[in-house]
Design a protein around this ligand. Structure first.
Ligand code: 13P
Ligand code: SF4
Length: 394
């Protein structure tokens, strides 16, 4: 009998463009079972010295985060990258949009490396430039584009940030979304025609961060918000709905934070008296309504660090961070808000073999997996990012 050599991804061989084909990683990755990986990473890190700066997002695995020179949320990491003009190499242990932002905010003499190019973000992928340009044209046809300020969450590709830069918009992160929206709503003051309609915001690509910020922090009602679905003609909205809306939310979400439910929160309240629900604003509106505290990953960490012994938390954010907080704070009770284990699969793509490969390649004089944004996109994306960095109080 002849056996068939069936590849692991039989559809992913250049024929079916809709399937995941992975990203090539040229070069030899050390095996994950190599007992010397930690020592190899340390030796390569030491050999690079100040020539390299390693940034680690809070969702990275423990095995990787131990090599970060600085850890942070996406806002802090963008600032840290911008503040290291002397580092020749920025090794970004995070996801693709973060490495792009680091490339935009660093000098031309610096090179940004993402240890695994497959570390993308499903939310960022939900807003493609072509789709956003089509939406903008539809807003123009409805006679509202003049009144709209585009605001994109950091979790978006560089060309979406550039779109916002070109159209007098701004970038925000989960730690400054309210300030960015305040800026956006005020940005046409004094310049709009007296009979112009009130300023609106097009919020990309995370509908939940946009809704949670607009409704819970800025006093808008749910009826002031509409959702633009890029997969439906006209976004699934009538021109009148576009004219009446104050906040046009892009239909995107985080596949990790979208899992948390208010029901699990209520169940935990019943079983763990005194528990406080601490969640990220990428969670759905009903989860945030049920929560006691809401904020970015940096806010979540600082909240737990400042809490008294005996505090009980159910935390709604990525599991690597929750596990680490639980290990660092045995004096508190820290649980995960979901019933099932769920890591961010793309953040987890950065593992020790990829980090060792990237660092050892740099030691050998080869820059692998460089993230480089083209000059025009970089210019306009930087405009939007710098508007964010200049926001009052940021
Ligand atoms: P922050 O780092 O801004 O908290 O965002 C969380 C996240 O999902 C990053 O991908
Ligand atoms: Fe993207 Fe969500 Fe993963 Fe962050 S946690 S990288 S938003 S999929």
């Amino acid at each position: 009998m002849t056996t068939v050599d069936l590849p692991l991804l039989p559809l992913g061989r250049g024929r079916d463009l809709g399937s995941e084909r992975g990203v090539d990683c040229p070069g030899d990755l050390p095996p994950a079972s190599d007992p010397d990986l930690v020592a190899r990473a340390r030796a390569a890190r030491d050999a690079l010295g100040d020539r390299a700066f390693v940034l680690g997002h809070h969702y990275q695995r423990d095995e990787v985060i131990q090599f970060a020179d600085v850890t942070g949320d996406s806002f802090k990491l963008a600032r840290e990258a911008a503040a290291r003009p002397d580092a020749e190499y920025i090794v970004f242990c995070g996801v693709h949009f973060m490495a792009e932002s680091a490339d935009i905010l660093t000098g031309d003499h610096q090179q940004v490396v993402l240890p695994d190019l497959a570390a993308g973000c499903s939310m960022a992928d939900m807003a493609r430039l072509r789709q956003v340009e089509d939406a903008w044209d539809a807003l123009g046809a409805a006679g509202v584009a003049e009144s709209v300020v585009p605001v994109t969450y950091m979790n978006s590709s560089a060309d979406i940030k550039a779109f916002c830069g070109r159209h007098d918009g701004v970038v925000c992160t989960s730690s400054n979304a309210k300030r960015a929206l305040d800026w956006a709503f005020a940005s046409k003051d004094g310049t709009a025609a007296p009979d112009a309609m009130p300023t609106k915001v097009l919020f990309l690509p995370d509908q939940h961060l946009g809704r949670n910020t607009a409704v819970l922090e800025m006093g808008f009602s749910l009826d002031d918000c509409v959702v633009w679905d890029p997969h439906r003609p006209g976004g699934g909205l009538t021109e009148q709905e576009l004219r009446d809306a104050r906040v046009i939310l892009w239909k995107g979400h985080c596949s990790v934070h979208g899992r948390f439910s208010a029901e699990v929160g209520r169940e935990l309240r019943r079983t763990l008296p005194g528990v406080q629900l601490l969640v990220h604003p990428e969670c759905r509106h009903e989860v945030v309504l049920e929560a006691d505290l809401v904020g970015s990953t940096e806010f979540i960490i600082n909240t737990v660090r400042a809490a008294p012994p005996g505090s009980i938390w159910a935390i709604g954010t990525e599991l690597n961070l929750v596990r680490r907080l639980a290990a660092e704070h045995p004096e508190q009770q820290i649980t995960f808000l979901d019933k099932t284990v769920c890591y961010c699969s793309t953040m987890n793509r950065i593992d020790l073999p990829h980090l060792v490969w990237a660092l050892e390649s740099l030691v050998a004089g080869t820059v692998v997996n460089r993230i480089s944004v083209d000059a025009d996109t970089e210019h306009w994306a930087r405009v939007a990012l710098e508007r964010m960095l200049a926001l009052p109080g940021v």
